[in-house]
Design a protein around this ligand. Structure first.
Ligand SMILES: [Zn+2]
Length: 196
């Protein structure tokens, strides 16, 4: 959502782009406003997955309020737990194709030919916020602002936290997320897939 607003070129978008490039957090008021508008759209009526939000306790409180207003149950948080040195290795190994947006990782998913996209042979680029200095800043912000979100949800019961050991391959992590949701989350009956 932030990247879309940023590339839309609005005044707000330009400011968001500047903050993202510097690895800084976009102010809560901006993110909260974008999120509330997006969640009110019809395709979110039966549920949705948000990636990378809430990143602060203030955002978590806001999310709870928006969900209540829209008549949704309390949120379920999937917490992907990875050792810090592994995170840094992954973040700085990430490259992507400027044409088709395929994401590669030199550690876990290298391109077949070094530096070129498998699909269209475009030269791969590194996102500005995937360099080491920026990755360190993001980790610092995580410990200061985002980790308290887990404490907020577990201590107040405002949401359910599903910890997932994510120090595995993408396929293994996907399987673990799926099984955690299937075994630990109560899904309202109207949203369960119907048996055929
Ligand atoms: Zn490509």
């Amino acid at each position: 959502m932030l990247r879309r607003e940023s590339s839309a070129g609005s005044e707000l978008g330009v400011e968001i782009g500047r903050l993202l490039a510097a690895g800084q957090l976009v102010p809560d008021a901006v993110v909260n406003g974008l999120l509330a508008a997006r969640l009110a759209e019809p395709d979110c009526r039966d549920g949705f997955l948000i990636d990378g939000y809430p990143r602060t306790v203030e955002q978590a409180v806001h999310l709870g309020r928006v969900l209540r207003e829209l008549g949704h149950p309390a949120p379920v948080l999937i917490h992907l737990d990875v050792p810090e040195e592994v995170l840094l290795r992954r973040l700085t190994a990430r490259w992507c194709c400027p044409r088709c947006n395929t994401v590669y990782n030199l550690v876990t998913r290298p391109p077949r030919q070094p530096g070129l996209c498998d699909h269209d042979f475009s030269r791969l680029c590194q996102r500005q916020d995937d360099t080491m200095a920026t990755a360190m800043e993001r980790l610092e912000a995580y410990w200061r602002l985002t980790n308290p979100v887990l404490e907020y949800f577990t201590s107040t019961g405002a949401g359910q936290v599903l910890p997932v050991d994510a120090n595995h391959s993408p396929d293994a992590v996907f399987a673990e997320i799926r099984s955690a949701i299937e075994t630990q989350v109560l899904i309202p009956s109207r949203l369960r897939p119907r048996a055929i």
